[in-house]
Design a protein around this ligand. Structure first.
Ligand code: TXA
Ligand code: MG
Length: 354
């Protein structure tokens, strides 16, 4: 398949006439049952018509994703949620007022119109109203309901830039809309509102603290805070192996005075054994590392930079031929909860505590 590419000037707030025409063409592809990758404020999505079961089947095939892993339906006006959910609890309205459009997905009982192919056979549906202007226009032009998982091959980190979408999806889908790099870099927070108590199934930019403040106390899926609890995560996608780079990733937790010598020691040892070592470090201490490849994940003074760079750093290590990668650890509060959730998954939960 020949994959077309539509370039949008960075920012995407005010589109040129060509860009506008390109988006109309992308929407025609989606209406016709085809697939288009598009930018959102979190990560790039791989979009198809959410109400067309054939489109959902194509999404699973393009990603190489198991079809029991449900898709998120993206909307571009709050009212549009009414058509795809069976019930709209007061809490959902409150959350939408506070955080939509934005990086938060709600799980609600699904209406009949939503095909089971889209929800991976579940009786609930995930709904998100993204804030990215290009995403909003594409959804509006496509008829209002786009099913979109992250636009990566199953198992790889979610794409934070169109170049990674091209890497994974070129030749597999009809079109890629290139709007450069995304703003947040981690997938949306998922909040389950279909059971008795609101519960976070995947941490994201909208944090547990922010939701607690709005709703009183919200629960968090036990598998996020106790990964070795032995329980199955409630978001089916969270059970799959994810994000893992080709080298063996190990997180090292502790004070910098211990972490840095520990990592340098292992890098030296690996070098003697003829192996290459990678390091994921923060800007403040980066020059203290001595290893084959040292990559900066961002600054401890600005956690958002860490969230934004995490997936691209993991992807870039795949080209470096390193056999092990050591990463600094981050406090798991606020946005750090989402950062550590993704990092731990990428590391297969290997963590050394010093
Ligand atoms: O930020 C995002 O959410 C991005 C952008 C493109 O919007 N999308 C995204 O989709 O991350 P995906 O498919 O990669 O992740 C969706 C997650 C999966 O873990 C899936 O299992 C879970 O949401 N999910 C979807 N529907 C669900 C449902 N009805 N019940 C429980 N979990 C659900
Ligand atoms: Mg994904």
């Amino acid at each position: 398949m020949d994959t077309k590419c539509l370039h949008i000037k960075q920012g995407g707030e005010r589109l040129s006439r060509e860009e506008e025409a390109g988006l109309r063409q992308a929407a025609e592809i989606i209406r016709g049952g085809g697939l288009v990758a598009f930018p959102t404020e979190t990560v790039y999505g791989l979009g198809g018509d959410a109400l067309n079961p054939e489109s959902s089947r194509k999404i699973y095939a393009a990603k190489g994703r198991p079809s029991d892993n449900p898709l998120i339906i993206h909307i571009c006006r709050f009212e549009d949620i009414r058509k795809i959910v069976r019930q709209l609890p007061e809490a959902a309205v409150k959350i939408a007022e506070a955080f939509w459009p934005g990086p938060l997905t709600m799980i609600l009982p699904k209406a009949l119109i939503v095909p089971r192919e889209t929800t991976g056979g579940l009786d609930t549906v995930a709904v998100r109203f993204p804030s990215h202007p290009v995403a909003q226009k594409l959804i509006a032009y496509s008829g209002g309901y786009i099913a979109a998982p992250s636009a990566n091959l199953s198992g790889k980190p979610s794409p934070t830039s169109a170049k990674y979408v091209i890497e994974d999806m070129d030749g597999r889908i009809d079109m890629i809309i290139d709007d450069g790099e995304v703003g947040i870099g981690l997938e949306s927070t998922i909040l389950d509102l279909a059971s008795d108590m609101p519960r976070i199934l995947r941490p994201g930019y909208i944090t547990q603290e922010m939701l607690d403040k709005l709703l009183g106390k919200v629960d968090i899926d036990v598998t996020i805070v106790e990964p070795d609890s032995g329980q199955a995560p409630r978001a089916p996608g969270m059970k799959y192996r994810h994000y893992a780079p080709k080298g063996r990733l190990i997180i090292v937790e502790g004070p910098a005075e211990r972490v840095i010598p520990y990592i340098n020691g292992h890098a030296a040892e690996n070098q003697r054994a003829g192996e290459k070592t990678g390091v994921i470090g923060t800007a403040e201490v980066l020059e203290q590392y001595h290893a084959d490849v040292v990559k900066c994940i961002g600054s401890r003074k600005d956690e958002e930079t860490i969230a934004r760079n995490l997936f691209s750093v993991l992807r870039e290590f795949d080209d470096e031929n390193v056999t092990s990668i050591y990463s600094e650890s981050f406090p798991a509060q606020g946005l750090g909860q989402a950062i550590m959730n993704r990092l731990l998954k990428a590391a297969g939960h290997r963590i050394v505590k010093l």
